[in-house]
Design a protein around this ligand. Sequence first.
Ligand code: PLP
Length: 448
Amino acid sequence: MASDPVSRRRFLKRASVGTVGAVTAGAMSASGVTVNKAEGLAALGGNPVRTTPFPRWPPATPDVEQSLVAAYRSGRWTRTADAGQVAAFEKRFAELVGTERCVATGSGTQALHTALHALGVEAGDEVLVAPCTFIASVQAILMCTALPVFVDVNIDTFQMDPEKIEPLIGSDTRAVEPVHIGGLPCDMVRIAAVAKRHGLKVVEDAAQAVLAEFQGKKCGTFGDLGCFSFQTSKVLACGEGGAIVGNDAEVLDKCYAFHNMGLTGKNQSVGIGTKYRMNELEAALLIPQLATLAQQTRIRNENAVYLAQRLEQIPGIVPQRLHEGVTQGAYYIYGFRYQKKRFNDAPKEKFLKALRAERIPFTTMYFDRLNTQPFIENTLSSRTFQRIFSKQRLDRYREQNRCPANDQLADEGVWLPQYVFLGERRDMDDIADAVAKISEHREQLARL
Ligand SMILES: Cc1ncc(COP(=O)(O)O)c(C=O)c1O
């Protein structure tokens, strides 16, 4: 493939972590206990591989607490246009990712809706999006009364497949919304090239990708606008929060007005808008975290690279593959596939039941058949959508809405949460040992 995504090995080499231990029975767990994998799955009564908790998220640190208390005591809880915590955060965040401007919002979902609106996505338009994502990526498009057109993923990278974009572009396609799933960058060079060829706007869903880099450039800065989430589980977290970044002052002004009830920073009413503002307490939570973000990102990268080396050696386990050009991941979640066929066709519930019993945390949230979930059909059959889109057009949409690679991911994909990567290398060994144990005892999965 032209994108040459077979780069994890080279990335691993560049990252130059130490040598990898073979996956052997009798490995040492984080708790110092020798794991006897011969004894059988924990789900069937064996001892779990993991016996101690993983790092807690979100952490409670004195600097964040002080910042929050100071903002609380100030009595200034609502943002103003250009002073205070939110304005300070916007300035710092724009500098961090390398854009001219940032507009902070109350969530990543709000950031996406605002960005699509500011770039002119309107009723009757189509927006290309990947199905391997959180429902919010798609809802933001539907909120613009536009159709989300699903571009299937690449089964190895889990990302929107640049090769599958062009056949889906039509006269109503207005924008493409690549999602950096897992906090690992999409192939932005190829996606941006396709968008340019067809005059499409690009809104990057970088909700999971704070500080992730492609060819040394931060995710969220390749498209017309980039959107981030600071919801509690994210690597930069304030409960609920988000941000839009970009360089075009006119577009960013539109974002500001839309998220501020149609009012500019100078209080002039210029158009339709809602209230999607971040508040001062949220920004006060975020600002001190900026100081530790780079270090945490480095730790997650080192641990993720090491874990990939271990997992790659386990029969039937395939970690999410990085595109050529990825220089840093955010690793908000870490994905791998267990190849069902090589696990005696055991369904995912059984694989996960075994993993849970070994006390390894995971989420399956982003491995859904999002493109066929009821919210899509319910929206298409709403009065609003029926008025905007002809029956013929909706039937054609339903017909082409197929994502077989994503269906396979939904069957086989597993995500590990970012906080497990804030620990030590031996924590990674526990994860790899648990997966190796399940692989070795895969015939037992049928009994779960
Ligand atoms: C890929 C993706 N897009 C959008 C969002 C929405 O962000 P928020 O939850 O802050 O609204 C999320 C949040 O999990 C996400 O993971």
